[in-house]
Design a protein around this ligand. Structure first.
Ligand code: 5AD
Ligand code: SF4
Length: 348
């Protein structure tokens, strides 16, 4: 099938697109990629509009019980100094972020059982009752009871990246855990009524183009409300410190295909992409992305949320990261979303 036929198929029969079709698209030549990006940008504009939604992220704990090979927060990383923010401090950071006009607060941490379902639910309830914001959680795997309690407390969305759709690669990268368990947790989140974000890394050692095609098919079949797609960035404090980074070009291609497969999904221009390329977020906004997540973690903790090194914007005060992003959005001729930026499938 020629490239143009594939682009037509992804438009008209996206649910029928096979893994082989996707591999063929991912192998596009530079000229074909230009066509792909143009189509992704057009679909983004037609379906999601020109608004870029901001989600203020608070990284409230860098403790983690897991030992993922790629991540600097892994429990085996003894050189990282660990912190936990108290609920009052988190609420204060959320209040600040709301003051800068952010309409979504993302509470993210390593997998940290110190924060019980009870503590977190109380925090979510406080944020939701005091501030005019949507709340997204990104806490890793939690029990069904916790997830239910958090939803009742008012949480709107949950981010749980599938990381890679290759179960063997998954098990190698995340020792002691299985792809199946993660998928089950994603299904639980959907069942409980969360708007669900998933996503994967591009360029993990051992990943192939066929793996990326599987990632995309999984995202389509899960029909996620959001998909975070970013390059793997090697962290010297992890076992994968010596592996090559994921390619910016391939990441943009996967992102553009994701826009075509999931026209209604929110797709962030990721910090990892900005870390690998100084125009990374702008490039992403031009091939399908419509969300940016400014970091509003208090500056004193920022350095220690070291998933990977030299994280873009890691030295900016929360207010300045919001200002920087507003400027970027203006420069690409878009505007900042003023609403909560819920999924179009969850209008309320
Ligand atoms: N490079 C890029 N992204 C990473 N993540 C973790 N480690 C890395 C890395 N080295 C992402 C994962 C995870 C989130 C916490 O950060 O996708 O879901
Ligand atoms: Fe922990 Fe998530 Fe990092 Fe894995 S990727 S070590 S679960 S913070």
């Amino acid at each position: 099938m020629g490239f143009e036929t594939l682009l037509k198929k992804i438009n008209d029969e996206r649910e029928k697109l096979s893994k082989e079709d996707l591999v063929a698209i991912l192998w596009a030549s530079p000229m074909e990629k230009e066509m792909l990006y143009k189509q992704a940008n057009a679909v983004r504009s037609r379906v999601m509009g020109d608004e870029v939604h901001l989600r203020g992220i608070i990284e409230f704990s860098n403790h983690c019980t897991e030992n993922c090979l790629y991540c600097g927060l892994r429990k085996g990383n003894r050189i990282l100094s660990r912190y936990r923010m108290e609920p009052g401090e988190i609420l204060e950071a959320a209040r600040e972020a709301a003051k800068w006009g952010l309409k979504t607060i993302v509470l993210q941490s390593g997998q940290d059982p110190y924060y019980t379902g009870e503590i977190l639910s109380r925090l979510v309830f406080e944020i939701k009752s005091r501030l005019d914001v949507a709340v997204t959680l990104s806490l890793g795997i939690r029990s069904r009871e916790d997830l239910m309690q958090l939803k009742k407390a008012g949480a709107d969305r949950y981010l749980m990246k599938h990381e890679t759709a290759d179960p063997e690669l998954f098990a190698a990268m995340r020792p002691g855990t299985t792809f199946k368990d993660r998928l089950n947790c994603i299904h639980t989140l959907k069942e409980l009524g969360y708007q669900v974000g998933s996503g994967n890394m591009v360029g993990l050692p051992g990943q192939t183009t066929a793996t990326l095609a599987r990632d995309l098919i999984l995202l389509r079949d899960l029909d996620v409300e959001m998909a975070g797609i970013g390059p793997f960035v090697p962290n010297p404090a992890t076992p994968l410190g010596g592996s090559p980074a994921g390619s910016v070009d391939v990441t943009l291609t996967v992102l553009a295909v994701a826009r075509l497969l999931l026209p209604m999904a929110h797709l962030p221009a990721t910090t990892a992409l900005e870390t690998m390329h100084k125009q990374g977020r702008r490039l992403a906004l031009e091939c399908g992305a419509n969300v940016i997540m400014p970091n509003v973690t208090p500056l004193k903790y920022r350095r220690d949320y070291a998933i990977y090194p030299n994280k873009a914007g890691c030295k900016l005060e929360p207010r300045d990261s919001v200002i920087e992003i507003r400027r970027l959005v203006e420069n690409v001729g878009r505007r900042i979303g003023e609403g909560y930026g819920h999924s179009p499938k969850f209008p309320g």
